[in-house]
Design a protein around this ligand. Structure first.
Ligand SMILES: Nc1nc2c(c(=O)[nH]1)N[C@H]1C(S)=C(S)[C@@H](COP(=O)(O)O)O[C@H]1N2
Ligand SMILES: [Mo]
Length: 266
């Protein structure tokens, strides 16, 4: 927990997302307004327009700030004895069975798509990176909740390493499992603000132990301000995209393709 506290004050990942977004807003402002001369800016209609812009950017800031709010974190005494598994709990795909058999020794995470430096990382390489630990409540739309402690790599740190292209707007998580034996692989997606949020992790430990197969071994996404179906398990590949229209059903997630909302904010 000390780790997570210091991390928050030192590397402040939300600032990175904020800078990206404010950078965009400022660029817009610069092109439109900073060309005018002082005299022009004193005229009443221009002053009104400028003040509207100020209000707009204030609202945008408020919006960004609220999107950076932290999900509630809990006390160790509140951790559930067993973290209830749901959806796929034991993937039967041959490649997955083989990974389980050799303790994920030849498992690799791929990060690619719209990035300057695509990467593949082993589990030990992920574990060597700076980590964050958080105790949070998972809320499934089926009407149950569960509190667990997650440890993993902040997604922001991984994104910093691969350097997203300016065109990247979403981060897609491709999973190893075909849910309920169907033909579609599970997948999910987040926008860049959610991806850079300090509580968004690729988690490898649950309650201080390696993540069990039932809960998504070897790594699963934790995006703590989103509902359960966003918390992709068995993540194999992280892909940065401009749009998810071309993927699977085009709605940005396995359950979204089946009618759930893409925005699953709690
Ligand atoms: N790969 C994959 N991820 C998934 C699912 C799944 O079936 N496959 N189910 C989702 C749903 S609906 C929930 S509530 C959570 C359950 O996570 P848990 O098994 O750790 O409780 O995982 C989500 N992520
Ligand atoms: Mo769920």
């Amino acid at each position: 927990m000390t780790d997570s506290n210091t991390r928050l004050s030192t590397s402040s990942p939300p600032d990175r997302a904020r800078r990206r977004l404010l950078g965009g807003l400022c660029a817009l402002g610069a092109g439109t307004f900073l060309t005018g001369c002082d005299r022009l800016s004193e005229s009443a209609p221009v002053r009104a327009a400028l003040s509207n812009v100020e209000q707009l950017s204030y609202k945008a800031q408020r919006l960004i700030a609220s999107r950076q709010a932290l999900a509630k974190e809990f006390d160790e005494s509140q951790i559930a004895p067993v973290f209830r598994p749901n959806g796929t709990t034991n993937p039967q795909e041959d490649y997955y069975r083989a990974w389980v058999e050799n303790g994920f020794a030849d498992w690799r995470l791929t990060i690619d798509g719209l990035v300057e430096e695509p990467m593949t990382l082993s589990l030990p390489a992920l574990r060597e990176m700076a980590s964050r630990t958080q105790i949070t409540r998972h809320d499934c739309v089926e009407g149950w909740s569960c509190i667990g402690q997650w440890t993993g790599v902040p997604l922001a740190d991984l994104l910093d390493r691969v350097r997203p292209a300016d065109t990247a707007r979403f981060v897609v998580f491709h999973c190893a499992d075909h849910t309920y034996g169907g033909t579609d692989l599970y997948y999910e997606s987040l926008d860049m603000i959610e991806a850079y949020h300090p509580q968004t992790l690729l988690a490898y430990d649950l309650n201080g132990e390696p993540l069990p197969v039932a809960n998504g071994a070897p790594i699963r996404l934790r995006a703590e301000r989103q509902l359960g179906y966003k918390q992709a398990k068995y993540v194999m590949r992280v892909e940065l995209v401009e749009s998810f229209k071309q993927l699977h059903g085009g709605k940005g997630g396995y359950w979204e393709d089946r009618g759930y909302d893409w925005w699953a904010g709690i």
